[in-house]
Design a protein around this ligand. Structure first.
Ligand code: OAD
Length: 316
């Protein structure tokens, strides 16, 4: 922790000297679990709890999802049958805005407020980075897209999000509370190309990441004094490549996570002095770091706009 505190202070001092912000974040679902959103790969996560038998799909498609749950967010399945994806995502589409950001999200905000945030790459589609007022919009790169806009996956024609939500409510069955919503699902058809492929603008496996990722990643990783990797299993490429793109001789790579990950990407806290693993829940770790930095007041001031569990750290 001490090494990280010194590095953040040094980055702040370089920024004050006019060298620009040099802290980069790569975040994942573990940043939002405190907000009540399950991650993907933990026990109880989205893949662990996927129930192919309740999704509208053929026997073969259900068997394939049981073998590999990531298929539910894969273009190969969506292009044949968009319903499993829409059924799985129905509550998140309809409840946009129901969640508040975590302390970890607000820690990123504190970095921006203090002039050290160069970029926040988020793999999350929940939009919670955008719910932190003090993170400048241009510093956020939503690597896997967003749940808060809708478009046709075939022709990219946008659909008004309120109209999309209404269509989801009316056409997509509720697999979580089956006595609510329609009894069977119907796909949402694009008005431009007539294909039934309208969905939130999230990135499916097998589809390309936004260009802004490829445009910014080389310069951001080259300029990074610190790369904070928070709440991600680092199992998905190319987002996880940010770790290997940062040279461990010039960038302090700090993993804030419940488990040590990224060894296959060269992250090695036992052999590289510039690799640091801060083990434990992201909120608690970043709260401790903020206290050590003397930034606690930034987070305290933001507690009203934090998820309940995150805000409870101030009364613990
Ligand atoms: P994962 O579920 O793969 O990994 C979440 C990581 O966060 C795990 O290592 C957990 O141990 C850790 N974790 C969970 N809660 C935590 C907490 N409160 N504090 C600290 N660590 C915590 O989620 P991602 O790495 O984000 O892509 O998944 C990456 C991509 O895989 C997603 O963007 C999604 C998914 O398939 C697509 O859908 C394309």
């Amino acid at each position: 922790m001490e090494k990280v505190v010194r590095a953040v202070h040094a980055a702040a001092s370089r920024a004050r000297d006019g060298n620009g912000p040099s802290i980069v974040f790569l975040t994942g679902a573990g940043c939002s679990t405190a907000c009540g959103i399950p991650d993907f790969r933990s026990l109880g996560g989205m893949y662990d709890t996927l129930r192919p038998e309740v999704l509208t799909a053929s026997k073969e498609q259900r068997e394939a999802m049981a073998r590999d749950p990531t298929l539910v967010v894969n273009w190969s399945l969506f292009s044949q049958n968009p319903l499993p994806y829409l059924e799985l995502r129905r509550p998140f589409i309809l409840n946009q805005g129901a969640y508040k950001p975590s302390l970890a999200h607000h820690f990123i905000g504190a970095c921006d407020k203090r002039g050290v945030l160069r970029r926040a790459y988020t793999q999350n589609i929940d939009g919670l980075d955008y719910a932190v007022d003090c993170i400048s919009r241009e510093r956020i790169i939503p690597v896997h897209g967003s749940l808060s806009q809708a478009a046709c996956e075939n022709c990219n024609a946008p659909m008004d999000f309120d109209a999309f939500k209404a269509a989801v409510k009316e056409n997509i069955k509720n697999i979580y509370e089956p006595n609510q919503g329609p009894p069977a699902s119907k796909p949402i058809v694009c008005k431009e190309c007539s294909l039934p492929l309208v969905k939130p603008t999230t990135v499916l496996y097998g589809r390309s990441l936004p260009e802004t990722f490829f445009d910014n990643a080389p310069a951001d990783t080259a300029a990074a004094d610190i790369l904070f990797v928070v709440g991600t299993s680092l199992s998905v490429s190319p987002a996880n490549q940010l770790v290997s793109m940062c040279s461990h001789s010039s960038t302090l790579r700090v993993l804030v996570n419940a488990e040590c990950v990224g060894q296959d990407l060269g992250f090695s806290p036992s052999t590289n002095t510039n690799d640091v693993f801060l083990s434990g829940p992201a909120d608690e770790t970043l709260f401790e770091l903020a206290q050590a930095l003397g930034w606690e007041s930034d987070l305290f001031d933001a507690r009203e706009s934090m998820a309940e569990r995150s805000a409870s750290l101030f009364t613990a």
